[in-house]
Design a binder for this molecule. Structure first.
Ligand SMILES: Nc1nc2c(ncn2[C@@H]2O[C@H](COP(=O)(O)OP(=O)(O)OP(=O)(O)O)[C@@H](O)[C@H]2O)c(=O)[nH]1
Ligand SMILES: [Mg+2]
Length: 443
């Protein structure tokens, strides 16, 4: 019995991918999006059998594709024993149900089931497979449940009959068959648990903020090499692999710059075009991590012909998440295998902020480190502080976070002249007397 189960689990699910080509899209855009859908399918453990593209004015309101096309797909499934059809757009619950019904009518065989899922369900499925941390799992479950609520009617039965597989995995699976009220209660409970986690994350962040350490987040399109880069810089030991969404949790590591100054680097969840709305909502606290850093390192897979559009998707998502106006380094990764780097990329930002590297073999990484050092040192100025002698904590802080140029003790206070960054200066504002030069002139 066990052997049979594991055989079934190891079986690769073959699927038909379909897309609608509307007049606002060109053939290349559709092909790129379908190629990405195929990679998502592979990451979920499936395999492409065929792609079907239908040129239409609009996707059909009721059935996504036209009747004739659905009949064709139905026959293709029947003849080749395929049970999964994946649509490249986000479908309404009704479209999915109607399409499944139409496929069923086309093959006229009650016992032969064909399941229809959309891009969002496939991405959710991968997130469910890859979530490791407690928080990641809670976020996936929340996204799955929110996604499933409007899709519940009439689907519980067919889902249980199909018994799992791509598009049904994860902690939310067993809940799909229970009633909406139960699911809504579960959603509320998950929201509460996540809110608690968000709070403790905020406390940790505040602690780091108080330490005044410079922080940068590594962001970018999925599979660009973000985790490989953090591993190269810090031996973080994060799983990096040729799969989409290998990373679903943020990881922060200390990194010592050549000057001896310490900074913090954070690896983040990758982006993708058409990231399902529910996932963005559920993963908001993780995705927003970049909001709370001093600088961004945008990693770009320069070997991917689509790297420019991937950068656009990344920048748009960062904007939507409210991550704006951060000093940014553009890292052109995989330059060991990149043929040419698009002109638009190098001209996009200030040239010295575009750094070609290979996170895999290490070339160019020292330039990135230099750029980080410059960013971390940015905005450092000399200040004069008057610190009461009973505030020894402040003196200690100054020793840790600034370059002390001079200390003189007077009756009840110390006069310290130190070079520090704006952030530290902001924290010690009440002790700052005057910028050093002016005070000297005054004396
Ligand atoms: N040739 C080459 N491959 C690289 C380089 N950097 C990363 N890779 C490969 O690209 C794949 C993805 O790398 P990851 O570090 O997992 O990418 P990521 O951006 O963290 O991806 P997600 O976490 O899935 O969003 C892996 O197979 C890496 O070995 C590079 O500089 N050159
Ligand atoms: Mg990663």
């Amino acid at each position: 019995m066990e052997v049979m189960i594991s055989q079934k689990e190891n079986e690769v699910t073959r699927a038909i991918l379909c897309a609608v080509m509307t007049p606002d899209k060109n053939e290349n855009e559709v092909a790129v999006s379908l190629a990405e859908l195929e990679r998502l399918l592979e990451t979920a453990g499936g395999e492409l059998f065929a792609q079907v593209v239908q040129a239409r004015q609009n996707p059909d309101n009721a059935t996504y594709l036209g009747k004739g096309k659905i009949e064709e797909i139905g026959h293709l499934c029947r003849v080749n024993d395929l049970h999964l059809v994946i649509c490249d757009d986000e479908l309404s619950p009704a479209q999915i149900k109607n399409m499944e019904d139409a496929l069923s009518d086309a093959i006229d065989d009650e016992a032969f089931e064909i399941r229809v899922i959309d891009r969002s369900m496939l991405i959710l499925d991968i997130f469910a497979l890859h979530a490791v941390s407690g928080e990641g799992k809670l976020q996936v479950e929340l996204a799955q449940l929110r996604y499933s609520v409007p899709r519940l009617y009439g689907r519980g039965k067919s889902m249980s009959r199909l018994g799992g597989g791509i598009g049904t995995r994860g902690p939310g699976e067993s809940q799909l068959e229970k009633d909406r009220r139960h699911i809504k209660r579960r959603i509320l409970a998950l929201e509460d648990q996540l809110a608690e986690l968000v709070k403790s994350r905020a406390v940790r962040r505040a602690r780091r903020d108080n330490a005044g350490v410079f922080r940068a987040s590594i962001v970018g399109y999925t599979n660009a090499g973000k985790s490989t880069l953090l591993n190269r810089l810090t031996d973080a030991g994060i799983l990096a692999e040729d799969k989409l969404f290998a990373t679903l949790d943020t990881t922060t590591r200390k990194f010592e710059l050549p000057s001896g100054r310490e900074m913090l680097l954070t690896d983040t969840v990758g982006f993708i075009r058409n990231l399902p709305h529910h996932l963005i909502e559920a993963f908001k606290s993780t995705l927003e991590e970049a909001k709370y850093t001093d600088a961004l390192i945008i990693v770009i897979d320069a070997s991917d012909p689509e790297c420019l559009s991937q950068l656009e998707v990344t920048e748009k998502l960062l904007y939507d998440l409210g991550v704006t106006d951060k000093p940014t380094l553009y890292v052109l990764n995989k330059c060991d295998i990149a043929m040419t780097v698009p002109e638009e990329l190098t001209s996009r930002a200030n040239k010295d902020k575009v750094i070609p590297i290979s996170a895999l073999d290490g070339r160019g990484v020292s330039s990135l480190v230099e750029a980080l050092e410059a960013l971390a040192a940015g905005g450092r100025k000399m200040y004069c502080l008057k610190v009461p002698t009973y505030e020894m904590g402040v003196i200690n802080k100054l020793y840790n976070l600034s370059m002390i140029e001079d200390v003189e003790y007077f009756d009840g206070y110390a006069r310290v002249i130190a070079t520090m960054d704006e952030k530290t200066a902001g924290q010690l504002r009440r002790f700052i007397v005057l910028p050093q030069k002016q005070e000297e002139e005054e004396e």
